[in-house]
Design a protein around this ligand. Structure first.
Ligand SMILES: [Zn+2]
Length: 66
């Protein structure tokens, strides 16, 4: 039930390049090269994201990628 409300907000935050947990711009977070053109970004709140540097889009890192 809550997921239905929160998911669009998180998607919006990510589309703005911000962490869904703390709202920090992910461009300021630590990043390491990951799978070719991607970067693994670790926020200060320990949430992890994958940045597609071609599309310049963030997504949440999957559990299997961490
Ligand atoms: Zn964060």
């Amino acid at each position: 039930m809550f997921k239905n409300v929160i998911a669009p907000i998180q998607a919006w935050l990510l589309s703005q390049g911000k962490c869904v947990g703390c709202g920090m711009p992910l461009s300021k977070a630590k990043s390491t090269p990951y799978k070719g053109n991607n970067k693994m970004v670790t926020c200060k709140c320990n949430r992890m994201y994958v940045l597609d540097t071609k599309a310049n889009k963030y997504r949440r890192a999957l559990l299997s990628e961490i």
